[in-house]
Write a protein that binds this ligand. Structure first.
Ligand code: PEP
Ligand code: MG
Length: 868
């Protein structure tokens, strides 16, 4: 039979699974020779046995812990249940994964009428004894007997007002005795200490399933099967008098990461008083002034613990009558900034390696350096929720159209653009907005992709909102009307909308952050490129470490208000001649843009995708839009209406896009190639080193690639004719349809690179429309029909398998093909890891995700090295 009970000197920090985090650390500290009040741990498998046995303690458990208890008595020189020399216990939960405050604790266990009187005699401190006893009754009744804690608090306040007392410190021993008598009228608790212990152990196990613990586990993906251990530890008392007290401390500052010991202390108080925040603790210096020897011991201990654990520690300690005791140590929670500073400092201090430092930071930590974030401490309840489309925090006045956004912002007023969904027509408003909130759309909808690209905070698919443009209101599910001009705050990292201006932390880089990123570059294999079109975005991407452009969506280059009509006119052209006229005008823009992009990306590859406009994003929808466009294009409204109708599609996301456009309108492709190669030639002539890669989107078979490659080759030939420059370029394809992946072996001979467009690939694998998925994905997640949003984190079992198959089969056919990914997944750490493991050459993501991808790629590599 497996051992169920471990004394504190029988385990170590490596026993987290078995003894829980708290138990393992108590054992470790005991072994280090620190002054830990002695005790024992009941293991986590015992918790599973308890549930499997129908919430009953295993038969021999009591015998086992009584043996341990005898040894604790010897060690502490006191006896459990002995009125003359009482030993009291704290009984606490402790899971393998930290779940702060989620489960139950009982203190002062082992007190009854007789023992309380004994404790009063022994300590010569009746006030302390009866205060402890009443606290025990309150906790025991609350945790074990399920009596509403409010009842006790109510009785205490009634008593106080009747007797003219206001603070707990005004209460004498006699007062607490009177209170205890009153409490006994409310609850009937066992006087037998062993019975108390048994019930307390059961209650701790049962607390594994309290609603708050269940919710916490779900939120943090903690498996329910882990179970909790029970820590039974001899009590020491911080509320013994003025030479006693309790404190919490961090070995470094948890908000800034500074290497300075940081803590708080409350004299004459139990640990629970510090944690509960009933009285305001004093800075730790107060302890140094009053009990310098204790402070010195504390200081030495914290330094030892940090060095031993090689991480910042969060410690709890108690001082009883001038004696110092350690109660807990664990890795301290910290802000994003602190986490990076601490990791980098610890490498400098030679405590950890660069690789370890990299493994200690998470993407959320990195985001704090890139975007302002909503301060978690200041957050209020959200009035609406949606998909966390683009991270960061933003506050502004609500506007309902792009024009309004520009108008209101003209004097610098921050605005939040609230739309049902966005289209390229909204770009000017999106550019000036602090944040974007849409009712519809998923994680790869227009609003999400564009906002992420610009680094603007966004929430999409906030389906609970109903937006009325006319009335200028967005009404929440609870009936709260958010009106035009109201100030709201978006938390794009959590997908939460709050009323008012919620404080945010500033974004700014730091030297430590740059150092960490340089280590990431040193320890990764996977390259990181960016998805960007404009020179500004490309420059940002390069600044953030992008090693090229993995996807330049050429249609995005025409989002600008000046150009969008030209693009529309081209799409709506009735004849080839008319189309060519507009193409010629577009060529000038395209050439200039490409030139600028090649200059910014000097020496690095730039993958330019041939035009792939989901046509519906460019067409006018409402009568108002149609007549406005008619006026601008100087065309009859009816003609526009007719063409729009002719081009309107039942399922536009699966529609007339990508290479299909090149097949039907080769002149568009010809113009683009001319612009791309012409610009590359010009850049070369000016002394830059452009590396254009022309990418054919949305293919389903090799014939499309061959046909379009011919147009491209022809265009290149023409553009290079009579030029003396030599240009290195590539032609490749985007893998966005399941058929392309399934037939990758046949595509291979015709391409030099394959870039997985996992947005469309996910859409087509699932049959979930990218634009509409936001309406149901939140429900799917809530009901656990899917584990995560497949548009955020790559579905490794389906989309990932398609990728794997495409790579292995195409590689078998042709060596030297480069593989990349340029869907939004390229910036998702889990997906980046998958791409690394699959052996891709690069990931491409929006500029602001580049640092996150760099770190994720390094983490994947370090992990792989470790497992080899
Ligand atoms: C994709 O489909 O993954 C992709 C990157 O292309 P887009 O998002 O422009 O369709
Ligand atoms: Mg696509």
């Amino acid at each position: 039979m497996a051992k169920r009970v471990y004394l504190f000197n029988e385990g170590s920090k490596d026993d987290r699974e078995l003894l829980g985090g708290k138990g393992a650390n108590l054992c470790e500290m005991t072994n280090l020779g620190l002054p830990v009040p002695f005790g024992f741990v009941i293991t986590t498998p015992t918790c599973r046995e308890f549930f499997e046995g129908g919430n009953k303690l295993p038969n021999l458990l009591e015998q086992e812990y009584r043996v341990a208890l005898d040894l604790v008595e010897k060690q502490m020189d006191a006896r459990f249940g002995d009125p003359e020399n009482p030993l009291l216990f704290s009984v606490r939960s402790g899971a393998p994964v930290s779940m702060p405050g989620m489960m139950n604790t009982i203190l002062n266990l082992g007190l009854n009428d007789e023992i309380a009187a004994g404790l009063a005699r022994k300590t010569d401190n009746p006030r302390f004894a009866y205060d402890s006893y009443r606290r025990f009754i309150q906790m025991f009744a609350d945790v074990v007997l399920d009596v509403d804690g409010e009842k006790f608090e109510h009785e205490i306040s009634q008593y106080k007002s009747k007797h003219g007392k206001s603070l707990d410190t005004d209460m004498s021993a006699e007062d607490w005795q009177a209170i205890i008598e009153i409490f006994k009228g409310i609850t009937d608790f066992p006087q037998d200490p062993f019975e108390q212990l048994k019930l307390a152990v059961e209650a701790v196990f049962l607390s594994w399933h309290t609603p708050r613990a269940n919710v916490y586990r779900e939120m943090n993906n903690i498996p329910v099967t882990l179970g909790t251990a029970v820590n039974v530890q001899a009590m020491v008392f911080g509320n013994f008098g003025e030479d006693s007290g309790s404190g919490v401390a961090f070995t470094r500052n948890p908000s800034t990461g500074e290497r300075s010991f940081f803590g708080e202390f409350l004299f004459n108080a139990a640990g629970e008083d510090v944690v509960a925040g009933i009285r305001t603790p004093q800075p730790i210096e107060s302890l140094r002034n009053r009990l310098p020897d204790v402070y010195d011991e504390l200081y030495r201990t914290q330094a030892l613990l940090e060095e031993h654990y090689r991480d910042m520690q969060d410690i709890e300690f108690t001082v009883q009558q001038g004696r110092f005791y350690m109660l807990q140590t664990r890795s301290g929670k910290r802000t994003g900034r602190a986490s990076i500073k601490i990791a980098v400092d610890m490498v400098r201090e030679e405590l950890i390696s660069e690789k370890e430092a990299l493994m200690r930071v998470s993407p959320e930590h990195v985001e704090a350096f890139l975007h302002p974030m909503v301060d978690p401490a200041a957050k209020t309840d959200p009035v609406a929720t949606g998909l966390p489309a683009s991270p960061g925090g933003a506050t502004g006045r609500v506007v309902f159209s792009a024009d309004e956004a520009v108008a209101v912002n003209s004097d610098g007023t921050a605005v939040i653009l609230v739309r049902r969904e966005t289209t390229p027509e909204d770009i000017h408003g999106m550019k000036v907005a602090e944040g974007i909130l849409t009712e519809l759309g998923g994680m790869t909808s227009h609003a999400a992709v564009v906002a992420r690209g610009m680094g603007v905070c966004a929430i999409t698919g906030a389906g609970g909102l109903s937006i009325d443009y006319e009335a200028g209101t967005a009404t929440t599910q609870d009936g709260i009307a958010i009106r035009r001009g109201d100030v709201i705050t978006l938390d794009g990292t959590a997908g939460e909308v709050m009323l008012g201006d919620i404080p945010k932390t500033e974004a700014s880089s730091s030297e430590d952050f740059q150092i960490l990123l340089s280590w990431a570059d040193k320890h990764r294999k996977l390259k990181v490129r960016a998805n960007a079109e404009t020179p500004e975005d490309a420059a940002k991407a390069r600044e953030l470490g992008a090693e090229g452009i993995g996807l330049c969506r050429t249609e995005h280059m025409f989002f600008d208000s000046e150009r969008i009509d030209l693009m529309r006119a081209m799409i709506l052209s009735d004849t080839k001649k008319e189309r060519k006229k507009y193409l010629k005008q577009l060529l000038a823009f395209q050439h200039a843009d490409m030139l600028a992009l090649f200059k910014v990306m000097d020496g690095l590859p730039v993958t330019v995708r041939l035009l792939d406009p989901p046509l519906h994003e460019f067409l006018p929808h409402t009568e108002e839009d149609i007549s406005a466009l008619a006026q601008r294009l100087d065309k009859p409204a009816q003609a526009i209406r007719d063409s729009a109708e002719h081009l309107s599609e039942v399922n536009p996301m699966l529609g007339f896009r990508g290479c299909r456009l090149s097949v039907v309108y080769p002149e568009i492709t010809a113009m683009q190639v001319r612009a791309i190669i012409g610009a590359a030639v010009e850049a070369t002539e000016q002394g830059y080193k452009p590396f254009p890669e022309i990418m054919i989107p949305l293919v389903v078979n090799v014939r499309e690639i061959r046909l379009i490659s011919e147009i491209i080759d022809h265009g290149i030939h023409k553009a290079l004719k009579e030029k003396s420059v030599s240009l290195t370029y590539k032609i490749g394809t985007m893998m966005e349809t399941p058929r392309a992946c399934l037939g990758a072996d046949r595509l291979a001979p015709a391409v030099e690179f394959m870039s997985f467009g996992t947005n469309d690939l996910t859409q087509m694998t699932y049959g979930f429309s990218r634009d509409d998925a936001g309406r149901f994905i939140p429900q799917y997640l809530e009901r656990k029909l899917i584990e995560s949003d497949p548009f955020v984190s790559l579905d490794q079992r389906a989309v990932g398998r398609l990728m794997e198959m495409a790579i292995s089969e195409s590689r078998a056919r042709k060596k030297g093909i480069k593989y990349g990914i340029c869907g939004e997944h390229g910036g998702d750490p889990r997906s980046v890891r998958f791409c690394h493991d699959l052996g891709l050459d690069y990931v491409s993501c929006s500029p602001y995700r580049v640092p996150i991808a760099r770190i994720a790629a390094a983490q994947a590599n370090v992990d792989q090295e470790r497992s080899n």
